[in-house]
Design a protein around this ligand. Sequence first.
Ligand code: SAM
Length: 334
Amino acid sequence: MASSRTLGTFRLPPLPTIREIIKLFRLQAVKQLSQNFLLDLRLTDKIVRKAGNLTNAYVYEVGPGPGGITRSILNAGVAELLVVEKDSRFIPGLQMLSDAAPGKLRIIHGDVLTFKIERAFPESLKRQWEDDPPNVHIIGNLPFSVSTPLIIKWLENVSQRNGPFAYGRTRMMLTFQKEVAERLTATTGSKQRSRLSIMAQYLCNVQHILTIPGQAFVPKPEVDSAVVHFTPLTRPRIEQPFKLVEKVVQNAFQFRRKYCHRGLGMLFPEARRLESTGKLLELADVDPTLRPTQLTVSHFKSLCDVYRKMCDEDPHLFAYNFREELRQKSEKRG
Ligand code: SAM
């Protein structure tokens, strides 16, 4: 086994098909958990190849389910694959895979939203942030309800260089609803440009690498999916705390069809909204009549840098929330 680890030549022995595994362990998809499975191993091989060379890599797979992608990862010659699955029904099927790949597959029955991957792999894998990415990869096809909050959490981890990014610039390859993938990768001026585009692109090189039609899944979901690859940048394109960037971006896209000054104005208390928004846009050198979708990451960098200065000058500003101000006003009126 030690030699197959170094040479990366491991192949799984013949096994029951994923369809047979589903029958054998009665793994019918649970609709409430948005479970849709990939049964075609040629497709899972194609997806896994898109993650790059996985020879001797340490891979963290989120939501392995009946194990289609898991098999393709094991066949890619990895040193170790750690899978985290929430639904206990899948554990016996995964155990069968683990027996077929001795010493390579570690199974955790848990939740990806709370699992701490930063201590799971050897310390020796850690790289300096500026170095090439470590040989650690995240791969997953999660339900859409989990993948979107998870990517926001992981982007915050990228900005703080902790969680999965304690190893360095760990690469991720995740499946999203096609529409979400388009938002993550949308360029300036496109219809899909949104909060997610800026949050992902200021921290990572983001690539939409594959569209998977709904009919590739069992049961077939109502929408198509897409696989997105993320490589954290050596230097974020905005050098401000994640929560500050998130606040500026969220406000800017508040009224996505209006001029950007409308949403950005919501960063400031009503009494001085006009004046403060004017100052923000002037100092950041951003045209107030651009639509939020027309703002580049570099526009957001200037806006965040100026807003940061304004927050430093007024310690109450960052905590300001226009919804809270509206609520208090309506309470007074009531
Ligand atoms: N990867 C498999 C495939 O492509 O066929 C299964 C995909 S299915 C869309 C999503 C899987 O993620 C299911 O097995 C589900 O039980 C699991 N899952 C959902 N939420 C999870 C969570 N919070 N933590 C870990 N696994 C989760």
